[in-house]
Design a protein around this ligand. Structure first.
Ligand code: TXA
Ligand code: MG
Length: 310
């Protein structure tokens, strides 16, 4: 995407003044602030109405100066080399001397870090003198934003600036892996676990369903479009919107398909936008067709299950 320098300058000026700016990433839009500043991080929590115990992911351009903030290990370097910049978040031990705001980490001893791939945000990160704390740019527990329009709909004038970056190419959040001990997946995401396993060549623990919450992306109600959702539906009820993964012959006005041929990458990319559109069309509930629980289908089902705990 072409970089608009005056947009970048505007974002930098606001971020330097501890203001929040929404930024595009390849997964979803983030609500960003200076990760070294308590003030900026407080503003992020307030804007999102986010519980204080839910720490923020910190976004970096690359690994330069990263050792000052957290302890990097072999597993990290292997995955970094393969997938970064890209849709994966690492939980590592926080360095005691780190400048990261304690508001951002909720006083925890760990830090979640990510290297987003979106060219606009990479350009911005390179110019800044600090990394960016940025949770997804949506009201807490609701569907993430995948365009500047979504962000503006959620926050209106409360947010000072949205840096334009087009539609997020992946449309579903990053995979979160805790690398402090044995590798442990805390949230399924854009990168499939089998691809991570191939690189690390060791057992990977799946902790994304744990009842003990170490990552509130694990909270049950999350990613909610604000209306009830029923899953694995073969027969819909009257007045329900029907969410399909591929186009079928007999499309009715209340049918929404996420991809022409059922390509799961397309399904993931269109999922949140379509859920938002259904809500806006005043449907009172959504029925979703069965989605095969394989590969990216697992991530999509994970989001739908959480969204259905309405
Ligand atoms: O794709 C993404 O990851 C997007 C883009 C903007 O980067 N960000 C995102 O942030 O999804 P958020 O805050 O909506 O989800 C991040 C998750 C939360 O569930 C949070 O609890 C978890 O990461 N998290 C943050 N710090 C953590 C830590 N130190 N240990 C465990 N989980 C952590
Ligand atoms: Mg989120």
């Amino acid at each position: 995407m072409k970089i608009n320098l005056s947009n970048i300058k505007k974002a930098i000026n606001l971020l330097n003044k501890d203001e929040c700016v929404a930024i595009p990433t390849e997964t979803v839009y983030g609500l960003a602030g200076n990760a070294y500043s308590d003030n900026a991080c407080k503003k992020i929590f307030k804007l999102k109405n986010r519980p204080k115990n839910n720490p923020l992911i910190v976004h970096y351009y690359d690994t330069n100066n990263l050792k000052e903030d957290c302890y990097l290990n072999e597993d990290f370097y292997k995955l970094y080399k393969k997938f970064c910049p890209g849709p994966i978040t690492f939980v590592l031990n926080l360095n005691k001397n780190s400048k990261i705001s304690k508001i951002s980490t909720n006083q925890k001893k760990s830090l979640a870090i990510r290297f987003p791939k979106h060219s606009v945000t990479r350009f911005l990160l390179k110019k800044l003198k600090f990394p960016l704390a940025a949770p997804s740019a949506n009201i807490s527990s609701k569907v993430s934003s995948v365009s500047s329009k979504d962000v503006k709909e959620d926050f209106g004038k409360k947010i000072k600036y949205v840096l334009e970056g087009g539609k997020s190419s992946l449309g579903i959040e990053s995979t979160i892996i805790d690398l402090r001990n044995k590798p442990k997946i805390l949230r399924l995401g854009s990168i499939e676990v089998s691809r991570i396993k191939k690189i690390l060549k060791k057992k990977i623990i799946l902790d994304n369903k744990s009842s003990k919450i170490s990552s509130p992306g694990q909270f049950k109600l999350h990613y909610s479009p604000g209306i009830p959702i029923r899953l694995n539906v073969k027969k819909i009820k009257k007045h329900e919107a029907y969410l399909l993964i591929k186009k079928i012959k007999d499309i009715k006005p209340n049918y929404f398909f996420l991809s022409k041929k059922g390509n799961l990458k397309e399904v993931a990319k269109n999922l949140y936008t379509t859920m938002r559109n259904i809500k806006k069309s005043k449907y009172k509930s959504i029925a979703v067709t069965k989605i095969q629980n394989k590969g990216l289908g697992k991530t999509i089902n994970d989001r739908l299950i959480r969204a259905s705990k309405f």
